[in-house]
Design a protein around this ligand. Structure first.
Ligand code: NAD
Ligand code: GLY
Length: 360
C-alpha cells in the first residue's frame, strides 16, 4: 500500500492506494466518529461492491445505511442530492454519521456535497472505484452538482477524512470508462511532469491492458501531482486552476451536448487537444508537440476532435466557465510539455480558429 498526504493543516488527510480496501476496513474504522455510516453508491456499483463493504463494516461493529442512487452524469442534480438527504433523515442519521462515497466521480462529488451541507457538515470518506475518481475527483475536496447551463456550478470545497483507492475494482470498469480516466492522468503529465508524460507514451498499452503495476504508478503519480497542487492552493485562487487544463473546452462540450452523452474524460481528451492548439497559436508549443499530445490522447482511445456543435454554443458555455474573472474567460495553456500557465486576454478570433480546426 502507498500512502500520500494532502497537506492542509488541520484538514490534512491520507490517500491510501492499494488493494483489498473493500474487504478489509481496518483503515476506515479508526476514522469514524460514530459506529454508523451511510454508504452512498449507485445502481451499477451496488451489486458489485456494496455487499462486501457492508459485510466488512458490520463485522467491525459499524451500522450501515445504504443509499443507492441512479447511475449517470445526468443524475448529478438537486433531485438526486435530495435522495441522499431523504435517506439520512429516514434513518435518523446524525451529524457524526460518516458518509462514505463508494463509486466514481459522480457519486463522489454528490456525496461530498451532501456531507458538506448535511447538518452543516458531516464527515466523509472517498472510496473511488473508477480510474478517473482515483486519479482526480476523490482528491482535493471539490464537491458539486451540475446546473443545466453549467458543469459543477453548485457545490463546496469540503475535504474528506481520507481517500481509499482500491485498485482491484478497476478490473471491472468498462473500457470506455478506463479510457476516460486516462484523460486526467495524461493531463497531470502535461501540466506538471514531462517525464511522466513520456512514461505514459511508453506505457499506454499496459494501462489499457490494466496491468496492475502500471495502474498503480499512474494513480500514485497523479495523486502526488494533484495533492501538491491542492496543498498549494486549496480554493483555486491561482495555481489549482492549472488542473483545469482542457476543461474550458471540455466543459463546453459536456454542457453543449447535454450531460451524459460524452463522458467527462472524453470531453477533456478533445478539450486538451483544443487547449494544446491554443497554446501553439499563442506561441508556446510547436506543431510537433501538439501532434505528440494528440497521438497519446488518440492511443488512449479518446476523441481527438470536438463534437459538431454550433461554434456559438461552445462560446456561450465557455463564457460561464468557473475560471472566468471580471467577465473575461481565462484559459489554461501549456508553455511547454510539463508546464502550464493561466492565459488571459485571448482574442475571440483565436478561440474561434481553434474551434474551427478542432471540431469534427
Ligand atoms: P462516473 O462516476 O459516472 O462513473 C463511470 C461509470 O462507471 C458509471 O456508470 C459507474 O456506475 C461505473 N463504475 C464505477 N466504478 C465501477 C467499477 N469499479 N466497475 C464497473 N463499473 C463502475 O464517472 P467518473 O468518470 O468516475 O467521474 C466523472 C465525474 O467526476 C464528473 O461528474 C466530473 O465532473 C467529476 N469530476 C470531479 C472532479 C473533482 O475534483 N471533484 C475532478 C474530475 C472530475
Ligand atoms: N479537477 C480539478 C480540481 O480538482 O481542481
Amino acid at each position: 500500500m502507498r500512502t500520500l498526504i494532502v497537506a492542509l493543516g488541520e484538514r490534512s488527510y491520507p490517500i491510501r492506494i492499494g488493494s483489498g480496501f473493500l474487504r478489509d476496513v481496518s483503515l476506515i474504522t479508526p476514522l469514524l466518529p460514530q459506529k454508523r455510516v451511510a454508504v452512498v453508491t449507485n445502481t451499477t456499483i451496488a451489486p458489485l461492491y456494496l455487499s462486501g463493504l457492508r459485510a466488512a463494516l458490520e463485522a467491525a461493529g459499524v451500522a450501515v445505511v445504504p443509499v443507492i442512487l441512479p447511475d449517470g452524469e445526468q443524475y448529478k442534480t438537486w433531485e438526486t442530492l435530495n435522495l441522499i438527504f431523504d435517506a439520512l433523515i429516514e434513518h435518523r442519521c446524525e451529524r457524526r454519521t460518516t458518509l462514505i462515497a463508494l463509486g466514481g466521480g459522480v457519486v463522489g462529488d454528490m456525496t461530498g456535497f451532501a456531507a458538506a451541507t448535511w447538518q452543516r457538515g458531516a464527515p466523509f470518506i472517498q472510496m473511488p472505484t473508477t480510474l478517473l475518481a482515483q486519479v482526480d475527483s476523490s482528491v482535493g475536496g471539490k464537491t458539486a452538482i451540475n446546473h443545466p447551463h453549467g458543469k459543477n456550478m453548485i457545490g463546496a470545497f469540503y475535504q474528506p477524512l481520507a481517500v481509499c483507492a482500491d485498485l482491484e475494482p478497476l478490473q471491472t470498469l468498462p473500457l470506455r470508462e478506463l479510457r476516460a480516466g486516462l484523460a486526467e492522468v495524461i493531463k497531470h503529465g502535461l501540466i506538471r511532469d514531462a517525464a511522466f508524460f513520456e512514461w505514459l507514451e511508453a506505457n499506454i498499452d499496459a494501462l489499457l491492458a490494466r496491468d496492475p503495476a502500471a495502474l498503480e504508478h499512474a494513480v500514485v503519480r497523479s495523486c502526488e501531482i494533484k495533492a501538491a497542487i491542492v496543498a498549494e492552493d486549496e480554493r483555486e485562487l491561482e495555481v489549482r486552476a492549472l488542473l483545469n487544463f482542457g476543461h474550458t473546452f471540455g466543459h463546453a462540450i459536456e454542457a453543449g451536448l447535454g450531460y451524459g452523452d460524452w463522458l467527462h474524460g472524453e470531453a477533456i481528451g478533445a478539450g486538451m487537444i483544443m487547449a494544446a492548439d491554443l497554446s501553439r497559436e499563442l506561441g508556446y508549443l510547436d506543431a510537433a508537440e501538439v501532434a505528440r499530445i494528440q497521438a497519446l490522447i488518440g492511443r488512449a482511445g479518446l476523441p481527438v476532435t470536438g463534437p459538431k456543435l454550433p461554434r456559438a454554443r461552445y462560446l456561450e458555455h465557455m463564457s460561464v466557465d468557473k475560471k472566468t474573472r471580471d467577465g473575461a474567460t481565462r484559459f489554461v495553456v501549456l508553455e511547454r510539455l510539463g508546464s502550464a500557465r493561466i492565459q488571459t486576454g485571448v482574442a475571440q478570433a483565436i478561440v474561434e480558429g481553434v474551434l474551427a480546426r478542432r471540431i469534427a
